[in-house]
Design a protein around this ligand. Structure first.
Ligand SMILES: [Fe+2]
Ligand SMILES: [Fe+2]
Length: 191
């Protein structure tokens, strides 16, 4: 049985993982060349992470998916609490990464390593968060949620409109996505 909510979650994980890996690659490439990275595209990429996954994806997991999984699978309580705590820290985490990026941009080399370390921690933390959701939470949901659970989840997740998962970007976001795709390296972009 297919559940549109699960498709949305997995598509968004893929888009987000691609964006995170592209950020790391862009920074690593600039380091290898002994140059500064393209700050404007890095800012655009962080803005994307802040604007879509942080505001759409995580709240729906925490508010709609996790409580239902907890009700059906109480043994997952600790894991769900840890993932929830990650969501709760998400805004502070991206704000501090944005600050580290800005420090590198305006102060230069003295702040380079701090930013590189902050990015690496952020990317690894995010990837392992999603890996736990995919290996533990989504399979439990698939096995134990009820039809009524799925009806509510499918309706809620269908309203997610992340432009990187195949939805047309709203006009206001179109220049942002053009910039990211034209400048960033694969897997997200063509640069
Ligand atoms: Fe999550
Ligand atoms: Fe997630």
């Amino acid at each position: 049985m297919r559940h549109p909510a699960l498709d949305v979650i997995q598509d968004e994980h893929q888009a987000l993982a691609a964006m995170l890996r592209s950020m790391s690659l862009l920074v690593a490439h600039a380091q290898r060349e002994g140059q500064v990275p393209d700050f404007s595209v890095l800012r655009a990429m962080l803005f994307y992470v802040d604007e879509f996954p942080e505001r759409l994806h995580h709240p729906k997991e925490s508010e709609l998916l996790f409580p239902r999984v907890l009700a059906r699978c109480p043994a997952l309580a600790d894991t769900l609490a840890r993932l929830d705590a990650d969501h709760g820290r998400g805004e502070a985490a991206i704000r501090s990464l944005e600050h580290a990026l800005l420090a590198y941009e305006v102060l230069g080399a003295s702040r380079q390593q701090a930013f590189v370390d902050a990015l690496e921690g952020y990317v690894n933390g995010y990837l392992s968060h999603m890996a736990i959701e995919e290996s533990e939470i989504l399979p439990a949901a698939r096995a134990h949620l009820t039809e009524a659970d799925w009806a509510a989840l499918d309706a809620a997740f269908a309203t997610n409109r992340d432009p990187l998962t195949g939805h047309a970007a709203d006009d206001v976001f179109r220049p942002l996505f053009r910039k990211i795709v034209m400048t960033a390296p694969a897997p997200i972009g063509l640069g």
